[in-house]
Design a protein around this ligand. Structure first.
Ligand SMILES: *Cc1c(COP(=O)(O)O)cnc(C)c1O
Length: 663
């Protein structure tokens, strides 16, 4: 149930700190953007001239007089005009009239940094191609880790590390790649030790443990086992012995042998990954891509709030334990793509820690592609967690106890996906992968596992040299301009409650206000249609279902919803202005809900839940535009404006336009 609303201390809608941070719906800050971009362009040119000012000009000034030169200039101008014309049919993310997908206006610091850095074209595959942008990328990784509460001081272990990807999809693939590597490596280490004739490690660990127990070491224990093995080899047989063991381990790994040979060798069943039914489809892609098989992605039910059901997780894990299936990881979603709902990350961490003690280990990867930046609200400038009471004062409902506990637990998960190009308001492409275990990077590279100290002794526990980024990650050449963009944004708006948190707070205020006003709209629409919010918003995404009065048939409601969505859908084939507002939709397939939840949803909408084959079509609103609570005209803000647009559309479909949906 929704608790009674509090009166927020300060809704901050008049706070001017964000006014300089965006170009603005009408380009209000055009002069500022122009000044910054022109400054950037000029500065770049001076850089070129100062490289070797003694060089003679390569392109003579007279070239511009040549017809061939002029022809290229003319064709360039023409092509750019065409492009500008074509781009005008793009999605107007910037506008408060856009409440659809997970994008909005771009933060100006990030946008200008991106343009400026693109002129230098840094390639963050490595430091000798990316220059200073590689350091920025690694710093961004530490900033994100700090926002999540993970240890991030590179001078000591344990230390998190993170880097940018092209998006959440790649970060998720990388999460799985890391999980497979670390969860399966103890088997390879043990086999290699046996092969090289070791019987016991210096720390007393015996060689030759059962495969079932090697496949159930926690991530920390797995990493420590590998280091202890290399250390034993180095101390007993010197650098050559450590190198020989390393080669042997690499050859015995699942990545080297292939799944079938590896699993047969150790007599293991196919490993699985556990994820809520609400997980993004990139997880299924990742399972296919890594050859684990989409069938090995085991679903957990979601509850009535569209959050992973911890009770069902226990049932699923018990069954997997009984079947001796190694569990690579359990995925939690922090901000489902369709509903913005947040899984109980604290429950996943508890389950991981309890089960590791019972001989069933797994990692916890949080897919916070959407919700990751919400964590900035929970972090005080001094790095501590903001107490729940202090946060609650600022909002009407947020954060519920469940939501607060989920964010507080992020410090303890194993890895996190977060998309700066979603709730970070950064240009595409910018996703990120962050892991609490820097040492994991050693498992992903082909190069030597250790460095030598000044005495020539191998240091098998040395931190990885992360400036050679491309060695440890999925991608090769990649835009350093993305790193520059995120880095500058975080510098202007640090990842804490008084920095980036102000922007995030806006999105939540807009959502709370939207939610309250939807409930009054539901009362006004009651004579013609049932309007419901099927899942209370956990953050800043709200879905709505609308069913005309008198209809109990899911298929008919879906036709109605499609007709309603047609009044606010975007297509590049129509002039942008044909719709006053633009939204998005989602449909919930019956397979993604438990029968109970499906029945509840149908009852709320006044539908009978016949054979349960029909998906339920919903309007989906991402309320991330920073200006939604600013005036649209003299009487209304943008939320009012949208809801009265919606009211008119529903009333019209229920009267004059009935033919558009009724059979
Ligand atoms: C958007 C999203 C993804 C995919 O991220 P891309 O940046 O689009 O590749 C993955 N998981 C969740 C929860 C998302 O919201």
């Amino acid at each position: 149930m929704v608790p009674p609303p509090r009166t927020p201390r300060d809704t901050m809608s008049d706070d001017r700190t964000l006014d300089a941070a965006f170009l603005g719906p009408l380009g209000e800050n055009a002069d500022l953007l122009e000044r910054l971009v022109v400054d950037a362009l000029r500065d770049h040119t001076y850089w070129r001239r100062n490289f070797h000012p003694e060089d003679a000009p390569t392109i003579p000034a007279t070239a511009a007089l040549d017809p061939a030169y002029q022809d290229v200039v003319a064709r360039t101008s023409h092509a750019l005009h065409r492009l500008a014309a074509d781009l005008k049919r793009s999605v107007p993310w910037f506008s408060p009239r856009y409440v659809g997908h997970m994008a909005s206006d771009l933060l100006l610091p990030g946008l200008v940094a991106r343009i400026l850095a693109t002129l230098y074209n840094p390639n963050n595959v490595s430091e000798d191609a990316g220059g200073p942008a590689v350091g920025m990328e690694l710093a961004v990784g530490r900033q994100l880790a700090a926002m999540f509460g993970m240890a991030h001081d590179p001078s000591r272990d344990p230390c998190a590390w993170g880097h940018l990807t092209s998006g959440g999809t790649i970060a998720n693939v990388e999460g799985l790649w890391n999980l497979r590597a670390v969860r399966m490596i103890p088997l390879a280490v043990d086999a290699a030790l046996a092969e090289q004739g070791y019987t016991v490690l210096d720390d007393g660990t015996p060689v030759g443990r059962a495969a079932g127990s090697l496949a159930n070491l926690s991530i920390e224990d797995a990493l420590a086992f590998r280091v202890a093995a290399l250390r034993t080899a180095a101390s007993e047989r010197g650098a050559a012995g450590a190198a020989a063991l390393h080669r042997s381990i690499e050859a015995a790994r699942i990545e080297a042998m292939g799944h079938r040979t590896f699993l047969e060798r150790f007599g293991l069943h196919d490993p699985v990954v556990v994820a809520p039914a609400s997980a993004h489809y990139s997880w299924s892609k990742a399972m296919k891509l890594l050859g684990l098989g989409a069938a090995q992605l085991v679903p957990v039910h979601v509850d009535a709030h569209m959050r992973l059901d911890p009770g069902d997780l226990e049932v699923v894990l018990d069954r997997l334990a009984a079947d001796a299936r190694p569990v690579l990881g359990v995925i939690g979603v922090l901000g489902t793509t369709e509903f913005g709902t947040l899984d109980p990350i604290d429950a996943l961490v508890r389950a991981r820690d309890q089960r590791a003690g019972l001989g069933q280990a797994f990692g916890v990867h949080v897919d916070a592609a959407w919700g990751g930046y919400l964590a900035s609200l929970f972090r005080a400038p001094d790095g501590t967690l903001v107490p729940r009471d202090a946060l609650s004062e600022r909002f009407r409902y947020f954060p519920s106890a469940a939501v607060y506990d989920a964010f507080a637990a992020l410090a303890h998960v194993d890895a996190i996906t977060v998309d700066p190009h979603k709730l970070g308001f950064i240009p595409y492409p910018a996703g990120a992968f962050v892991t609490r275990h820097r040492q994991l990077a050693h498992l992903l590279t082909e190069s030597a596992p250790y460095v030598f100290d000044e005495h020539g002794t191998p240091d098998v526990a040395a931190p990885p040299d992360l400036t050679a980024l491309g060695r440890y990650i999925l991608e090769g050449s990649k835009p350093g301009a993305a790193a520059a963009s995120v880095h500058v944004t975080h510098e202007v708006m640090p990842l804490h409650v008084d920095g980036f948190g102000r922007l995030i707070a806006r999105t939540i205020h807009a959502c709370e206000s939207f939610f309250d006003r939807v409930r009054s709209l539901a009362i006004q629409l009651a004579p013609v249609a049932t309007l419901t919010v099927p899942f209370e918003p956990d953050s800043n995404v709200v879905c709505l279902g609308v069913n005309p009065v008198g209809n109990a048939d899911p298929a008919t409601m879906n036709r109605f919803m499609r007709a309603l969505f047609a009044t606010m859908s975007f297509t590049p084939r129509e002039p942008l202005q044909v719709h006053d507002f633009i939204g998005s939709f989602t449909s919930i397939a019956p397979s993604r809900l438990t029968p109970d939840n499906r029945a509840r949803l149908c009852a709320e909408l006044g539908l009978h839940d016949d054979d349960g084959t029909e998906a339920v079509f919903l309007l989906r609103h991402t309320l991330m535009n920073p200006w939604l609570l600013r005036p649209m005209d003299s009487e209304r803000d943008w939320v009012d404006g949208y809801l009265s647009f919606l009211q008119t559309a529903v009333e019209r479909l229920c009267s004059t336009d009935r033919a558009r949906w009724s059979a």
